[in-house]
Design a protein around this ligand. Structure first.
Ligand SMILES: Nc1ncnc2c1ncn2[C@@H]1O[C@H](COP(=O)(O)OP(=O)(O)OP(=O)(O)O)[C@@H](O)[C@H]1O
Length: 266
């Protein structure tokens, strides 16, 4: 959608995006050197659902994320995205099918402005020519503005990305994801390194992104207070296996979860 009035366009509104994707993991396993890191996980995430993946340190959460996003190949099992078997797809091919991922480490261009970072991501998706880029302006145009507004960073559009606080960097990473219009978002510890004072707003932003976009979210996070309030279901991993996959109250009341997860003091 294009217009001359940048601020009036909800360029990433739920209305003009396709339905959220669904993710099915079936008997997914990954072993390295004889050690089973991900152990026969079957988990079906429905369209538009918000699932939090939790578990003690070393439970296998990042390894599972790597299997879902295609950074590693499973030893056994399948990954299905909206009914398409993507088990053998490379990460870029999964991205083209609507999968977006953030990492524990920041991936923004520190020497570019916030607006330019998002503008480049928009440009990368649309494949617009340099001519369009000039016409759209250094900030990338209305879609950039809409993404920055959604993550509450409009007021920092002209700041250098490297000067942002940890919390604002995480918001920028979300805006970069939005620019690619993903239907499934994988968030790997978005609160990592974020100060206590910024966690509340970042939580609100993630919730807004999920609601506004109607996308499916799978998030690894250690801050339980954030997750219990946000997630439709908790997927609890321990020693590579899935201990529970249910609503937050039921998961936290599960004795096996309490023994394995809380017992490890995570
Ligand atoms: N490439 C690898 N080779 C060998 N072992 C690995 C490899 N990647 C992960 N592991 C091991 O697999 C286990 C699970 O690691 P993983 O990082 O997936 O856990 P996690 O739940 O994400 O932990 P954390 O909460 O600390 O990030 C750990 O014991 C780790 O040492």
């Amino acid at each position: 959608m294009t217009t001359d009035n940048a601020t009036a366009v909800p360029a990433v509104s739920a209305r003009d995006t396709p339905p959220a994707t669904s993710l099915a993991l079936d008997h997914l396993s990954w072993s390295v050197g004889g050690a089973v890191i991900v152990d026969d996980i079957t988990m079906h995430v429905t369209e538009g659902e918000f699932v939090a993946l939790i578990g003690p340190n070393g439970a296998g959460k990042t390894s599972l994320f790597n299997l879902v996003s295609g950074l590693t190949r499973p030893t056994a099992g399948t990954v299905t995205l909206s009914g398409v078997d993507i088990t053998r797809h490379a990460p870029h091919k999964r991205a083209r099918l609507g999968m977006g991922r953030t990492f524990q480490t920041s991936s923004v261009f520190a020497d570019l402005t916030v607006g330019a970072n998002v503008g480049l991501a928009v440009q990368a998706r649309t494949g617009e020519s340099r001519r369009f880029w000039k016409r759209a302006g250094a900030d990338g145009g209305p879609e950039t503005a809409a993404a920055l507004e959604l993550v509450r960073l409009s007021h920092r559009a002209d700041a250098m990305a490297g000067d942002l606080s940890h919390g604002d960097k995480r918001k920028l990473e979300l805006a970069l994801l939005l620019a690619r219009r993903p239907r499934l978002i994988l968030l790997d510890e978005p609160m990592a390194g974020v100060g206590a004072g910024e966690i509340g707003e970042l939580t609100t932003v993630i919730r807004d992104v999920h609601r506004e976009q109607g996308c499916t979210v799978l998030m690894v996070e250690h801050h339980m207070e954030v997750l219990l309030d946000m997630a439709d279901r908790l997927a609890v991993m321990h020693h590579g296996a899935l201990l529970a996959f249910t609503d937050p109250d039921s998961a936290m009341a599960d004795p096996a979860v309490q023994a394995a997860y809380l017992g490890d003091g995570a």
